[in-house]
Design a protein around this ligand. Structure first.
Ligand code: ASP
Length: 327
């Protein structure tokens, strides 16, 4: 009898939580990179689309940048699991497992997985002052200037870092370029445009506008094939086409809550995410930036977690192989 009463009380509490969440208390989405970059951009657009299905609650974006996204992820892993603190992270959630000797959290057991948001191709871009105009020109320029170039990234384990080290390993650049870390590719882009750094590999969500405005030079895309459906980028070759065997890198973003967030709250957040992923405004914005919004089984918590688990296994040998370019 006592057990029944306890059970009834527990389900009542769950019901009450679902009724009262989110209430009037704002939801904070932690972005583990600087403002003005691609992760920040996805988070701000997604927050707008998730507000409505969550009863117009305010959603605040908190940029907790540093250490390739692991500082923000640590913060959310240790946050109160009440559904009011979430993490929006990208492929760094998986690459950091191989790149960091000791993370302050367990990627697979310290989070509730809410769903994948999108897949985003990357572009290899250079400062506008570079004399090269095509990927081949750029390759020759690198050979002639071995050891003199700076490559920007958003910290160890970030997407730019991962792409940069895979690219340097693939072209077997004799002298690795000097890597310049930033808190995100928002500030890195400012330095690239200003000519303080030479090259960067970043997501189309951050580079599309700059390429279009002629503020940076684009050389290639990182997907296996060219982006033939993208009006702006359709004419750029893929790195694979340029002879970099098997080169294929796409960045994904996912949404997470701290472990122990009540199931009813998680269900509400996942439902709101699914509504947002079909929101016409959100879809239009993402399409304009070259991103593909997720529609497959990865939008469910189990599919999301299975995907990240597989990505960790896939990235580990890639990172180890490119390891000498890792700092
Ligand atoms: N694009 C960055 C990265 O390299 C992250 C960011 O600034 O949003 O991971």
């Amino acid at each position: 009898m006592k057990k029944l009463i306890v059970l009834a009380a527990a389900s009542l509490a769950l019901f009450a939580q679902a009724q009262t969440f989110p209430g009037t208390k704002p939801i904070t989405i932690v972005v583990p990179f600087a403002a003005g970059g691609p992760t920040d951009r996805v988070a701000r657009d997604l927050a707008e689309a998730m507000r409505k299905p969550l009863g117009n609650v305010s959603i605040v974006i908190e940029n907790s940048a540093g250490a390739g996204g692991t500082i923000g992820a640590t913060k959310v892993a240790k946050a109160n699991p009440d559904g009011h603190t979430l993490l929006l992270h990208h492929i760094g959630m998986a690459s950091s497992v191989a790149l960091y000797r000791k993370l302050q959290y367990n990627t697979l057991t310290d989070f509730e997985y809410l769903g994948i948001i999108n897949d985003v191709p990357m572009t290899l871009i250079g400062k506008p002052q570079l004399p090269a105009n095509t990927y081949r020109d750029f390759e020759n320029y690198i050979k002639a200037n071995a050891g003199k170039l700076n490559i920007a990234h958003a910290g160890l384990g970030s997407a730019t870092h991962l792409c940069g080290l895979m690219w340097q390993a693939a072209i077997n650049s004799k002298e690795a370029m000097t890597t310049i870390p930033f808190g995100g590719t928002g500030p890195a882009m400012t330095s690239l445009i200003g000519g303080q750094v030479d090259v960067m590999c970043d997501q189309t969500t951050n580079t599309t506008g700059q390429i279009e405005a002629g503020r940076v030079k684009a050389f290639a895309v990182t997907t296996a094939k060219p982006l033939t459906n993208n009006k702006l980028l359709k004419d750029y070759p893929s790195l694979q086409e340029m002879g970099l065997k098997g080169f294929n890198l796409t960045i994904w973003h996912g949404l997470y809550a701290p472990k122990g967030t009540p199931p009813a709250v998680l269900a509400q957040l996942n439902a709101a995410l699914k509504v947002a992923l079909k929101d016409p405004e959100f879809l239009k914005k993402e399409e304009g930036l070259g991103a593909v919004v997720a529609t497959d089984g990865r939008v469910d918590p189990a599919g999301h977690k299975a995907f990240v688990t597989a990505e960790i296994a896939k990235l580990k040998p890639v990172i180890e192989a490119a390891g000498k370019y890792a700092d």
